[in-house]
Design a protein around this ligand. Structure first.
Ligand code: HEM
Length: 186
């Protein structure tokens, strides 16, 4: 059985995947690779993508809930042959990923509000250093980095699991979130 996610859930999944990857790349190259003059632009783009992820999280969870109601069996009902332990592992993994989609932008925001100077976001707005007196910047930045690395690890496992479903199991699980794969049997 290969119930699909709703078109809205699929669109939000891929939009957020691109935003998270973009935020990660811009975050990851911030310190080392870009010339000083570009930094404000890179950091601003990074923050904007992160805020985008935060803004889309609630719509995503709501869309997922209504997919679950429509198929009466989870986010998209599990493929018939999927063992229980695998479903529980996948559910735990997805929960962790959602938690990171919330905590990464929030810790980034707190880090930005804890700086010594205002934090400009691509000339659109500026975050004021209202939390600077708490002296938390280094700690929160460290937590943000740790969560970003955890996100990279979990996303890698998530992609590996998808490839396993598509290339080894051929059970239709990957096709639920990858438009076009259904016809090729993944
Ligand atoms: C999905 C969302 C996000 C991801 C995946 C992400 C990822 C990252 C990564 C990989 C780094 C580099 C860490 C390192 O140096 O090793 C970083 C740094 C940082 N991020 Fe984020 N981030 C996200 C959201 C945000 C948001 C919403 C803000 C809000 C302003 C933010 C603010 C920062 C700041 C201030 C730094 C440190 C920059 C520096 O001073 O070097 N992040 N982030």
């Amino acid at each position: 059985m290969t119930h699909r996610y709703s078109a809205l859930s699929i669109a939000l999944h891929w939009t957020m995947a691109v935003m998270i990857a973009g935020a990660w790349v811009l975050g990851g190259v911030l310190d080392d690779l870009v010339p000083r003059a570009w930094k404000p632009m890179v950091v601003g783009g990074h923050a904007l993508l992160g805020f985008g992820v935060l803004a889309l999280l609630l719509p995503r969870l709501l869309a997922r809930r209504s997919s679950a109601r429509a198929t009466a069996g989870g986010a998209a009902a599990a493929a018939a042959a999927t063992p229980d332990w695998e479903e529980r592992l996948a559910a735990a993994m997805h929960l962790l990923l959602y938690a990171l989609m919330l905590l990464l932008p929030l810790t980034g925001l707190v880090a930005a509000l804890s700086g010594r100077r205002p934090f400009p976001v691509l000339g659109l707005f500026e975050l004021q250093p209202v939390l600077a007196p708490w002296g938390l910047r280094q700690t929160v930045k460290g937590v943000h980095e740790l969560l970003a690395n955890l996100m990279l690890g979990l996303v890698s496992l998530h992609v590996l699991a998808t490839l396993w479903h598509a290339l080894v199991r051929h059970d239709g699980v990957a096709a639920r979130m990858i438009p076009g794969l259904a016809r090729s049997g993944g």
